[in-house]
Design a protein around this ligand. Sequence first.
Ligand code: CO
Length: 498
Amino acid sequence: MSTHPAYDELCALALRIHRFEHLQALAHWDHATFMPPGGQEARAAALGEVAALLHRLRTGPELGPLLDAAAGEPLDPVQRANLRELRRAWNLSTALPEGLVQATSLATSRCEHAWRAQRPANDWAGFAVNLREVVRLVREAAQRLGDHLGKEPYEALLDRYEPGLSTARLDELFGRLRGWLPGLIQAAVARQEGEALVSPQGPFPVDAQQALSEALMRRLGFDFGRGRLDRSAHPFTGGVPEDVRLTTRFDERTLLPGLMGTIHETGHARYEQGRPVAWLGLPVSEARSMALHESQSLAFEMQLGRSRPFAEVLGPMLSAAFGPQPAFEPAALYRALTQVRPGKIRVDADEVTYPAHILLRTTLERELIAGALSVDDLPARWDAGMAELLGLSTVGDFKDGPLQDIHWSVGAFGYFPCYTLGAMYAAQWFTAAREARPRLEEEIAAGELEGLFQWLAEQIWQQGSRWETDELAIRVSGRALSDQPLRDHLERRYLGER
Ligand code: CO
């Protein structure tokens, strides 16, 4: 006889939910990769049905009393953390009526699907029709969530991705970033003005790029027995820890963007594959937050992948795949991978200008959710922000402006800040990793990556959601999140010795 029957019942239900989420994740992956266009309406309806079913499971009337009863049962610390996460998920779910959840699933499916054709067609007017409906539904959800959690609406949306992050804390971190970033961008661009740049000479057939990406993923410890790499319009990592689905996109005219996209997604994937096996299927095994997730992709892509020592590993792999050329010499490759050039596209941005894209999106989506900005006025505000932050004109170029990202079409408001919070965490983790492994740079240059991965696995991947985010950060790095390690990293890499 268990001493914690209510807790056991909650876990059994969580596992059931997890298994439906497993199928939901694979249906989403298929939707973004191989599904023929004719499957759209039926898939949207099927996913809407699954979303409604999951919502019923997450909000069943038995849950409240079970959560209360489990709180009084004798639980160990991991079970206690699991219960905390079960309650958090329940709080988020019960705030929203099933009708709203289903309507949102349908509207976002439609908006995302249409976006895939509207973006290349530069069709802002067409997109705006669908986005208005998505924004309307997300604002309603934000209001209800906020009322339920005692937060303002945007903060309540943030909580879905970044538990515990207040808008006050976000304002503090991003306020400091906004203070130092523009000067750093200018200084880095000026610094590189006379730098000789050798670009890789293509074409680079996409099948060869795919093979190289897979070889690189193996080098980075990805387990192909539990996952695969495919292509989609917008790279992502999905699936479940036992079967992680990555996607990337290749362009045969360029080599490095697709490759770095793969390294980025591999960071996400290793976090997923490295989650604590003993707790799989329970909330305590989940990745801690989206910023934590992004901290792993950026640890791989930026901290490791674009570092000077890693160019010693990457260069020979490129030469082996496409034949040697001057651009594959490690010193030249490093300069190409750390080139700072303000551009319109977030996902192609270098790590210095990237946070500027996030500052803009965060400002605009907060105003959309607050009702201070309408969808119709979005392009004009976008253009003004790009001119101010990066000195670029995006007027009339919707496809490389507010149409470029998938996030708003799928209703993921509150997600964008996580990218830059992730960059801050990644820099903070690497500062700690260097203290723990003083020979880290030499190890990387020699291709000995296992020590770094082992450290990340122990410190972060295997911790799942055992700790709340601030506590995890303090355990790993001695302090809660700060913008300072990112600033130090960027100044060292872009304003120091090159
Ligand atoms: Co990412």
